[in-house]
Design a protein around this ligand. Structure first.
Ligand code: ADP
Ligand code: MG
Length: 236
């Protein structure tokens, strides 16, 4: 494995002001994600998984800490440069698909490519290729409302990978799906990220999904630590 991480989070601190006072969520969190790895992030609701992913994805600024993408610190860059790095290198998937409801599956995967400057034909070819890998060629012209929850989420995963990011950050990507659909969609996410050579950091509640991961992390006392299975550990 390549020794240089694609993503390095260092000494991340994040507190929130809540009714009862200051809530410390991250207190010096470190994470490294290496090329080609799929890393799980588990933990109960409210433990800080989304906070970490949003900071790592350059969507929110933490109180302190650094986020390095390919060795370059990004939090201190001007907004436009940070946005550009996020668009070029990071794909995000959420629990809810956030597809544009007035557009077809194919168009939803084309849009981010066209925003990035690719022409219509090439965007369409890439969208068709990803839909085919996802087994959704027959759904190309369907709008989100005409697809099942699992199909919608597969389109969202394809969309996240359309601009060939180096890292996929997925925040409970199958959290809205029933267990059987969740397993199938996760298998698609796993296969596609592997096939495309994308590294992934995937937050999930679902312990069963961690069998696919190269490593599993969890949040403990504001730090990111390896998750160790034990007889007494709770199952999330
Ligand atoms: P997870 O994704 O593991 O469920 P989050 O990162 O969303 O956890 O949240 C961690 C903690 O921070 C939770 O207790 C949550 O209520 C709190 N929190 C998250 N965002 C905010 C916010 N914008 N304002 C106040 N508290 C927040
Ligand atoms: Mg969350």
């Amino acid at each position: 494995m390549n020794k240089r991480p694609i993503l390095s989070v260092r000494n991340l601190h994040r507190t929130y002001q809540s009714g009862e006072g200051i809530l410390t969520v991250l207190a010096g969190a470190d994470v490294d994600i290496f090329p080609g790895e799929m890393v799980g992030l588990i933990g109960p609701s409210g433990s800080g998984k989304s906070t970490l992913l949003h900071a790592a994805g350059l969507l929110e600024k933490p109180d302190a800490g650094e986020v390095y993408i390919n060795g370059r610190e990004c939090l201190k860059l001007p907004d436009d440069e940070r946005t550009q790095i996020r668009r070029d290198t990071i794909g995000m998937v959420y629990q809810f698909h956030h597809l544009q409801k007035e557009f077809s599956a194919l168009e939803n995967i084309m849009i981010p490519q066209m925003i990035a400057g690719k022409n219509t034909k090439r965007s369409q070819q890439e969208a068709s290729r990803l839909l085919a890998i996802m087994g959704l060629t027959e759904r190309s012209t369907h709008k989100p409302s005409q697809m099942s929850g699992g199909e919608q989420q597969r389109v969202a995963i394809a969309r996240a990978l359309a601009n060939k990011p180096q890292i996929l950050l997925a925040d409970e990507p199958t959290g809205n799906l029933d267990p059987a659909t969740s397993a199938a969609v996760f298998q698609s996410l796993f296969d596609l990220t592997r096939q495309e050579g994308v590294s992934a950091l995937v937050a999930t509640h679902n312990m069963a999904l961690t069998q696919y991961m190269d490593r599993v992390l969890t949040v403990k006392d504001g730090l990111i630590v390896p998750y160790v299975r034990s007889a007494t550990a709770p199952t999330y």
